[in-house]
Design a protein around this ligand. Structure first.
Ligand code: G6P
Length: 471
């Protein structure tokens, strides 16, 4: 079996199987910055990627796709239910997003999480060449760093946490809080989105494990009595900004943006929300504020339309089923109360779209609403900014999204404060062009400078430095 010097381990492989009408199909790279960011590193190091193909019970041999060696991990229907939908998305996800939805602590889910993490760790241990580097991604695989270190002490191990790490008072609810911290501390570098997340993690480590921390370093005692230093620090993730800039200049995409405006009846202002249909995104708060603005007659459906793209997500998890019902009832009520035959208050799309269509929507939108109640980063905010090469448009950004740390020139809002949210939406709608330009230029500078290539290289440099120190 060939082994690689660089291995990525993530819950999902970076490809989707697209079935055709003839009963066959083909692999296609799934859209997302992570794949793009790692592509050069992957090709150079003949890298491998360990992950799930996204369907239960599918057993596939490793295969090469566009220069990357893909190693599928099989998940049974039970694994999907207990490890993925259960522990990952009904325990960790709500707990780490400040218990917006109550987390459920079920022992069978935890057992499955442990078993599946072991399977991922074994696959990674088999795939990595002696002295190689393994980069583990996200909350579904928090136990992998420790398991991997036990199996392969020769490896340099990185972990990046794409979602928030909660304050200690919440984290301590987790019945397996020690095991999860120990799992993560198997990594040499543990990356977080925000300085605050890294701080919450270090505090949990001090309180639960009594390990000492100093600046970003955590002193992890080893069995032989020595001490290993693990680094816990912020590396804010970003997007492949250049691709968005290029797409925004394409004549076909600009024409599509004009067509979108036209098809909405050329309203004076288009507001846009783009989210996975998830309770962390604050979609209800956004709809409430918008509905009240129409009710109060501060806005009219003739002049303003809200386009809400809510892409389907985790559709078998109860909290998501309930959220969908709630959102769809709210949209229907607002539209029923206020639509005219010619104009709709809200155009709601429970669908996913290709990147080209998203950029056309960004270009068509005068105001982008990102009102997350808690979000690790929020890449939609960055995509909107990168697409606005015309320096127009206003970003309304929640202070509970990681992106606010870099995007301070957005209109900052607390989405729980509906009154303030309404006023901020009005301010965005009425913002003079000169102010839009000033703010957008500052935002674009940040996003273009700190793109996803910069993110991965700064993480991998930190990891390499630790690796070299350890050798
Ligand atoms: C978030 C997580 C990712 C996850 C994605 C989609 O962005 O940080 O790890 O892949 O949501 O969720 P899904 O459950 O469909 O993989």
């Amino acid at each position: 079996m060939t082994q690689s010097d660089f291995v990525v381990v993530a819950n999902r492989l970076p490809v989707d199987w697209v079935a055709d009408d003839a009963g066959g199909g083909a692999w296609r790279t799934s859209p997302g910055g992570l794949v793009t960011a790692l592509d050069p590193v992957m090709r150079q190091a003949k890298g491998a990627w360990v992950g799930w193909v996204g369907q239960p019970e599918l057993e596939l041999d490793p295969f090469d796709f566009e220069g990357v060696h893909l190693i599928p991990v099989r998940l049974s229907a039970d694994d999907v239910e207990n490890y993925y939908e259960g522990f990952s998305n009904d325990t960790i996800w709500p707990l780490y997003h400040d218990v917006i939805s109550p987390p459920r602590y079920r022992r069978v889910w935890w057992e499955s999480y442990v078993a599946v993490n072991e399977r991922f760790a074994q696959a990674a241990a088999a795939a990595a060449a002696p002295g190689g580097t393994v980069w583990v991604q996200d909350y579904q695989l928090q136990l992998v760093p420790k398991l991997l270190r036990e199996a392969r002490p020769d490896l340099t191990i990185g972990y990046f946490h794409h979602i928030p790490f909660p304050a200690y008072g919440l984290y301590s609810q987790l019945p397996w809080r020690r095991q999860v911290l120990e799992g993560l501390l198997g990594a040499d570098v543990i990356g977080f989105q925000r300085v605050a997340d890294a701080g919450n993690f270090a505090r949990a480590v001090r309180r639960q494990l009594r390990f000492e921390t100093k600046a970003s370093g955590i002193r992890v005692p080893q069995e032989d009595g020595s001490v290993r230093i693990a680094l816990a620090k912020a590396f804010p993730i970003s997007i492949d900004a250049a691709t968005y800039v290029e797409m925004a200049e394409r004549p076909d995409i600009r024409a599509r943006a004009a067509e979108i405006r036209e098809s909405l009846g050329n309203p004076k202002r288009i507001l846009l929300g783009v989210d996975r249909l998830d309770y962390t995104k604050g979609i209800r708060h956004r709809l409430k504020a918008f509905g009240e603005l129409i009710q109060d007659q501060r806005l009219s459906v003739e002049d303003v339309t809200l386009v809400q793209v809510a892409s389907p997500s985790r559709e078998r998890v109860q909290a998501y089923i309930e959220l969908r019902d709630e959102i769809e009832l709210t949209v229907t009520r607002i539209n029923g109360d206020h639509d005219t035959l010619g104009h709709s208050a809200i155009r709601y799309l429970h669908q996913g779209f290709p990147r080209e269509e998203m950029v056309a929507l960004y270009l068509a939108a005068d105001v982008m609403l990102v009102t997350a109640l808690r979000d690790g980063m929020n890449l939609v905010a960055k995509e909107y900014v990168a697409s606005r090469a015309d320096n127009r448009g206003v970003l309304v950004l929640s202070e509970f999204a990681g992106a606010i740390d870099e995007l301070g020139s957005a209109l900052r809002v607390n989405p729980h404060d509906i009154g303030a949210l309404k006023d901020t939406i009005m301010r965005a709608i009425e913002m003079p062009k000169a102010e839009q330009g000033r703010r957008m230029r500052a935002l674009r500078k940040k996003v273009i400078e700190n793109d996803v290539a910069r993110w991965s290289s700064s993480f991998l440099e930190a990891l390499d430095a630790v690796g070299r120190a350890g050798r």
